[in-house]
Write a protein of this length. Sequence first.
Length: 675
Amino acid sequence: MDKGVKITINYDKGIHTRIAAMVVKRCQQIMDKYKCQLYIRREKDDTVLPGNSLLALISMRIRQGESIWVFSDSEDEDGVNDFANFLKGSFTINQSEIDEVDSLIQNNVLASEKIFESIANGLIVLDEKNVINVFNKAAERITGISAKVAVGKKSNEIIASLQLQEVIATGIGQTGLKQKIGEKVVITNRGPIIIDNKIMGAVAVFQDISEIEKLSWELNGVKELKQKLENILENVDDGICMVDEKHVITYLNRPFQRIMEVSNKSIGKNVFEVLPPDIISVESSHISEQSSFIVKRDDGTEIMINISPVSLDESIKGIILLAKELTQIERLMDRVQELSAKTIFLQEQLLKKQELSKPFQNIIGRSGALFDALNIASKASETNSTVLIRGESGTGKELVAKAIHYSSHRRNNPFVRVNCAAIPANLLESELFGHERGSFTGAIKQKLGKFELANGGTIFLDEIGDMDKSMQAKLLRILQEKEIERVGGLKTITIDVRVIAATNSPLEVMIEEGNFRQDLYYRLNVIPVMMPPLRHRKGDIPLLSQYFIQKVATKNNYQPKEITKSALKCLEDYRWPGNVRELENIIEMSMTLSNDSMIKVSDLPQYIVGNKDNKEMLKVTSDMEGHIPTLEEVERKLIELSLQKYRSFRGAAEALGINHKTVAAKARKYNISSW
Ligand SMILES: Nc1ncnc2c1ncn2[C@@H]1O[C@H](COP(=O)(O)OP(=O)(O)OP(=O)(O)O)[C@@H](O)[C@H]1O
């Protein structure tokens, strides 16, 4: 190869395309003749090109006067000399040679096109005016634009996103450029075509990497998911252990290490070596379905083990072991039960509260028994049925009767109360049914009865147990026929009245004793409402006290007072025979009596405080172990106890219902100094 021949090109147009084709043709003939390969290279260039490559020769663009070297791979120099002589000549050519050369060029062009078409990357070639000359099949596939449309158009009109005009404008190429063509992501290598230092066009080769991008995005998603999963697994309370199909531990979370007393160094070890056989055995590691069992540890605690197979494409790839400390589960179960009971209770309360209409809302109390009564009463208000309200005096029977009336559709008509106990039996009939004026009744003028006055509304028959038997019969008739006759009158008057009756009397006993009509009882007791006594709902006392303090303050136009804890305790300890009415009265009285902003024990009536004192006294005396103490001894003990309990003269004074100065004096007298 080193023995090349240097020649100078004499042909005035240099080796242009057609001459290059001639050179290639001649070179091939010489190579065939001498069985060698011929090469050429520029004088000051190391690049060696085959002499029979048309593309190579054209790209060299050898001009007249330029020197080139001719080489051969053979020792024999004849081929080189022949080729060199041809190159030095004037390339005279006849017509048949022209045809041959043209067909060679044509074939080469076709071959280049074939190459362009068969490459997998998109190829776009532009001329110096930014007009697309080549737009191969891959470019068509990636861009979705056909070559017929693209070729001949400016690149920015067809595929603006590649910005190939920039390359022509700047002459600067780039490699590995990430660009977008529509939804597709491509990596582009692009560069200018420079000939004789002039930008003659640009070429871009691009590869569709959308799939790779998608995969890498998916891979990132998988990585993120894996991270999240690991975080979850580490933060759950359950122990989790994963074992592969070869029984090798691949993962253990921290709770599993704690529960099973193993370290994370067990990862990579055989599960049978790490865990005892009562947890996992060869048989249990071959399961195809989930199984659960309880294992008792030496310290008596129990662990629930759950083994599940991990299957992929119908073959088992390993197992997952879950370990839960049973005590913890039990604790959780208790908590769940407690919470669900609480939720049900609160839901019921909420429901009750929501269902109660406005007139029921000023009936104070949250206790279950009261709510049940109010709930029934509230439902009764939606009907015309007779209601029988039972309960001790002062429990709020009238309040409920009014609430029923004012919640019902009768609310704009009268609510008429009749106290059956307060009206003498001989007057009750005319009170209820009215009377006509005249000699028979002796009445000077006509009087409407309560039933007529209540027409369209509600009649509230309070203390119905005190009604005498003859009136009971008349009332029964009215309830059945919905008609009345005034005393001394002849005509019957149809009435539309809802009846609500109330009593504190034991009607069932009275029926047995023959003092109350059973048929009337059934007529009245259509919807029974039981009002609980206050001593059965002491939890309502603080709320009721607050309510009455506010009510009295508003009524008398003075500031509401607070109630001390010890005074409230006294109220809670009392039996309340007079129920809410009695509490209301006590609050009103003590608010009036109290000199400052607090209702204290000393402001409460003695029989309420005394009730508490009695109990404490009993306790104090029983503490003295059978010996009957003197009054002084009891007093000393009481002062001592109350000072120990309340830790101030004022607190002890409140509890004892005496002045704090008295307590201080007594403490001095009995020498009680440490408390
Ligand atoms: N739950 C309550 N909330 C607020 N006030 C109440 C409540 N219960 C009773 N009261 C009040 O107590 C007083 C007595 O109530 P009410 O007259 O309704 O009782 P009663 O059961 O009808 O008594 P009696 O059987 O003696 O007629 C009234 O001032 C009433 O407003």
